[in-house]
Design a protein around this ligand. Structure first.
Ligand code: MN
Length: 227
């Protein structure tokens, strides 16, 4: 048996302090997980359960990349997020068992075509065009650890100007709650990444911008938008 053409390369992310790489199976994302960002987008933080959407595994991009300004948008936004990497999974995972599934953490940015997202929301349409495009998931090197610090500053700057500055303790849905909730709809597996939502301060990127995304205790993620 052979393939009719060479299969695509396995998507993967870097590890902090190792030449090995973490193979990526699927990318899940949480919408509306910091109260101040929910308010800045015009919604009530307490009124709704978590929103999930996905990106293709090959949307990941390593730190240090120059990312092309995407086609089909003129309002291209950054969203800095804590990324959870799973070393095992399951279905209907109980919250008390969820942390045993975690392999490690990284800093990620959920790149978003905000104009296309606004149209999708207005029209009741799916978010794929807004969220699941090529190179839409830059992800820093993963650090193997059971839990991130309960309180860690999460920040993003563009050309040295701070745009997002919050604390992961402000997340509405905690990591075990997110894993438990996702596993009610999907069988999670080793290699899954979860982007856990962004705090307020999202803004538009343009060609030539230099982005630095940081969470205390993790390796920083840096990328530029190619001219
Ligand atoms: Mn997001």
């Amino acid at each position: 048996m052979g393939y009719v053409f060479d299969p695509p390369k396995q998507a993967s992310v870097a590890l902090a302090g190792s030449d090995k790489r973490f193979p990526v199976r699927r990318i899940f994302c949480v919408g509306r997980n910091y109260a101040d960002h929910v308010r800045e987008m015009g919604n009530d933080p307490k009124s709704e359960p978590p929103i999930f959407f996905t990106k293709p595994a090959d949307a990941v991009v390593d730190s240090g990349a120059a990312i092309a300004y995407p086609q089909n948008t003129s309002n291209f936004h950054h969203e800095v997020e804590l990324v959870v990497a799973l070393g095992k999974g399951g279905k209907d995972i109980a919250e008390k068992d969820a942390m045993a599934c975690v392999w490690g953490y990284a800093v990620g940015v959920d790149l978003t075509r905000r104009d296309r997202q606004a149209e999708a929301k207005q029209g009741g349409q799916p978010w794929d065009v807004a969220k699941a495009f090529d190179s839409s998931a830059p992800c820093g090197a993963l650090t193997q650890m059971n839990a991130p610090p309960a309180s860690a500053r999460i920040r993003l700057s563009v050309n040295d100007a701070v745009k997002q500055d919050a604390n992961i303790s402000e997340m509405i849905w905690t990591v075990p709650e997110i894993i438990a909730a996702l596993s009610k709809s999907w069988e999670l597996k080793a290699g899954d990444l979860i982007f856990t939502g962004t705090p307020s301060g999202v803004s538009a990127l343009k060609a030539g911008d230099a982005v630095v995304a940081e969470i205390e205790g993790l390796e920083a993620l840096r990328f530029t938008i190619a001219r």
